[in-house]
Design a protein around this ligand. Sequence first.
Ligand SMILES: Nc1nc(O)c(N)c(N[C@@H]2O[C@H](COP(=O)(O)O)[C@@H](O)[C@H]2O)n1
Length: 152
Amino acid sequence: MNEATSTPVIYFYAQTDPYWEFSNFAPFGVALDGAWWPTVEHFFQAMKFDDAAYRETIRASRKPKDAKALGMTRKLPLRADWEAVKDGVMLRAVRRKFQTHAAPRALLLSIGHAPIVENAPMDAYWGCGPDGRGQNRLGQILMQVRAELAGE
Ligand SMILES: Nc1nc(O)c(N)c(N[C@@H]2O[C@H](COP(=O)(O)O)[C@@H](O)[C@H]2O)n1
């Protein structure tokens, strides 16, 4: 429960959780930059790199966890501006996912103005982190996309 508003908080993360559809790992592909990406995670991880061949390796990987593992390598350099652009990359991909797929869009709109939190125990940037006090940037982006879709 959000104590300020008494609105239930929507948590999501694992495939077995309610609202798994909100995860970047959920199987909703996106068309971006002239290609089809199997999940938002594939696109996000690939965009970390200037190397086009490596981006394609990530795009072609079987599962989002494979894409994530490929994106975590530091054998190749991250693009120099990654920290500056990563939130915009995430917003583009999440926005396209919900524009493209009716089922997750309906679910996102069905929860009204409820706060959304990625319940990621190891990620205090995109999620709420181990102590629940992380930045929750993915949750914020989902709420932004929800407002756009609702015409707010
Ligand atoms: N479902 C799921 N499983 C994991 O293991 C995760 N880490 C996440 N979180 C997502 O990871 C992405 C962030 O990647 P970087 O750490 O910036 O490389 C982002 O899509 C999170 O939502 N989710």
